[in-house]
Design a binder for this molecule. Structure first.
Ligand SMILES: [Cu+2]
Length: 94
């Protein structure tokens, strides 16, 4: 019982620090042909932002075409991480 409570508290602390560290965890963002953006995180996993600026899902293994005509294979589906990135953007006023 005590252990479980401790775990929940630790979990929310991690989530809070992850929120502010997310932008620092983005290795690069890659624009795609269709106007959406792929965020590549430092651990190599990716998340998607659609052309309207919303986080969106994509199955790992999906082949994407970058704006410059290259091919990119989806790794992971970090929709929650992209979501917190986008929240950070909108709260900074641009
Ligand atoms: Cu993708």
């Amino acid at each position: 019982m005590f252990k479980k409570t401790l775990f929940i508290v630790t979990g929310s602390l991690v989530a809070m620090s992850a929120f502010s560290a997310d932008m620092a965890n983005v290795k690069k963002s890659i624009p795609l042909e269709d106007g959406s953006t792929v965020y590549v995180f430092k651990d190599g996993k990716m998340g998607m932002e659609d052309k309207l600026g919303r986080s969106t899902r994509m199955k790992p293994g999906h082949v994407m075409t970058t704006k410059d005509g290259g091919k990119l294979i989806m790794v992971g589906d970090e929709v929650m991480r992209v979501e917190s990135l986008l929240k950070e953007h909108s709260s900074s006023g641009n």
